[in-house]
Design a protein around this ligand. Structure first.
Ligand code: CO
Length: 209
């Protein structure tokens, strides 16, 4: 792609926005009040706003390889704490996707250097759900299921944090697990029962907030 095109596209986009609303950017500059924190994969085929049909200002976004929520990831934890505590979002979404290269890599015996410790977190998800996954004969089905289970486990990881426990208990914030199907464009709600999960993990992970 010619980078020059990017700036031409930008001009076109500005004009389209201003045609509809001459104050569009003036309003955007006033501040943000998003309802949703979206944590998704960095995959170039999986956008955040496009697939939800939302506009700038609607969603606070964090993306990394395989949409992971890792407790010592200062980046993800800063985004999470800021979105939940300061922006007071009503929803936190983990959005995985089928055909995720990160998840695929974690299913293979390969040394990927600096990526190893990151992907190990997905291997841990596999180990946790080994029985279910190993019972799936088709490799592709197993891969898709691991994508879903990874989303579920990242929702669990959200619920292990003080900031999420507090927001769920005190202001009924909701946690969602979704999968985007790259092959159809469809967004699938995994209907994660986050309240049941929180209850279940309370014995061990309750932070008393
Ligand atoms: Co991915």
């Amino acid at each position: 792609m010619d980078i020059k095109t990017v700036f031409e596209n930008n001009e076109t986009w500005i004009n389209q926005k201003l045609d509809k609303d001459p104050d569009y950017f003036k309003e955007l500059a006033k501040g943000q009040n998003p309802d949703i924190l979206y944590i998704g994969c960095s995959d170039s085929r999986v956008t955040a706003e496009d697939l939800m049909g939302v506009q700038p200002g609607d969603v606070f976004v964090h993306r990394n390889i395989a949409n992971m929520v890792i407790s010592i990831d200062l980046n993800a934890m800063s985004v999470l704490n800021y979105a939940v505590d300061n922006l007071e979002v009503d929803h936190v979404v983990i959005c995985g996707h089928y055909y995720c290269g990160g998840v695929k890599a974690a299913m293979q015996a390969a040394d990927l250097g600096i990526l190893n410790p990151w992907l190990r977190n997905i291997r841990d998800v596999f180990r946790l759900h080994k029985e279910e996954l190993n019972a799936i004969p088709d490799e592709n089905d197993r891969y898709n299921r691991l994508v879903e289970l990874n989303v579920q486990e990242q929702c669990v990881n959200l619920l292990k944090t003080a900031v999420v426990q507090k927001a769920v208990r005190k202001r009924n914030m909701k946690v969602h697990g979704w999968v985007f199907d790259v092959a159809t464009g469809r967004l699938i709600d995994l209907k994660i029962d986050f309240k049941a999960i929180l209850k279940e993990i309370t014995e061990i992970y309750d932070l008393g907030v």
